[in-house]
Design a protein around this ligand. Structure first.
Ligand SMILES: CCCCCCCCCCCCCC(=O)SCCNC(=O)CCNC(=O)[C@H](O)C(C)(C)COP(=O)(O)OP(=O)(O)OC[C@H]1O[C@@H](n2cnc3c(N)ncnc32)[C@H](O)[C@@H]1OP(=O)(O)O
Length: 210
């Protein structure tokens, strides 16, 4: 069997950063599966249990991996990121983020979990990059109505530590469009406090561009 986890063999025939093709694959429990794995990630980062408990947990998770392994598929077949009926389109990778369009802005809520902890109560800086690539990518795609774009740069200003386990507010918009270049910026706030600001360049892809 080829290593479908890597998915390297499966480039989309249209090239580019293709918009997700909605699906209901995975059935009614796909969202529960993703939520359960998120909870598991939090447990694995926070657990301080006797060795026997760790052994049992590892055995159980090995069992789940054995169950799922025969069904590994490339990114175009898997429902991950394509379940538009679910939070974050059923994509386990993303920082939980709920957004909606408000005129010419994208606004919403983000929430970091124990899994995203860096040190001393602050979310890991790399997870802020993960959040803003999603937030600003969505902003560029939705507000320009052209989903075929890729991040050329992403600049982050860490203004204050980002707490985990708390609903935080996001807000983003398009600053400028110059041919294929879409400049966007956004911020993450805790009430009146700006925690993180970011700006990015998304470049619209040419037809067939990977
Ligand atoms: C409605 C739909 C909803 C769906 C939601 C889904 C959304 C999901 C959102 C998630 C989204 C997540 C997405 C991801 O995470 S994508 C993953 C992360 N990004 C990448 O892997 C991208 C890798 N890079 C490339 O592929 C190419 O470099 C790109 C495509 C970006 C440009 O290579 P290309 O050969 O095509 O173009 P070009 O080089 O002629 O450049 C064109 C222009 O741009 C300017 N330029 C380029 N780079 C930079 C730079 N670093 N700083 C400043 N300027 C830069 C350049 O000077 C030129 O300007 P000008 O000379 O014309 O004035």
């Amino acid at each position: 069997m080829r290593d479908a986890h890597n998915g390297a063999m499966a480039r989309h025939p249209g090239g580019g950063f293709n918009p997700p093709e909605p699906t209901r694959k995975g059935g009614p429990d796909y969202g529960r599966l993703v939520a359960a794995v998120r909870t598991l990630q939090d447990h694995v980062r926070s657990v301080d249990a006797p060795d026997g408990v760790i052994t049992r947990a590892a055995d159980l998770i090995d069992g789940v991996n054995t169950l799922l392994a025969p069904y590994a598929a490339d990114e175009w077949a898997s429902p991950s990121g394509r379940r538009t009926d679910l939070p974050n389109r059923g994509n386990l990778l993303t920082v939980p983020l709920t957004t909606s369009r408000a005129g010419d802005r994208i606004t919403g809520t983000a929430r970091f979990a124990r899994y995203h902890l860096g040190r001393n109560g602050a979310a890991h800086g790399g997870t802020l990059g993960l959040l803003f690539d999603s937030l600003l990518g969505q902003t560029a795609a939705i507000l320009t109505g052209s989903p075929y774009q890729r991040t050329a740069f992403l600049h982050i200003d860490y203004r204050a530590i980002v707490p985990i386990g708390k609903d935080l507010q996001v807000d983003a918009g398009v600053d400028e469009i110059d041919g294929r270049k879409v400049f966007v910026s956004g911020r993450l706030c805790d009430g009146d406090t700006v925690l993180t600001e970011a700006h990015a360049l998304f470049v619209r892809l040419k037809p067939g561009q990977p």
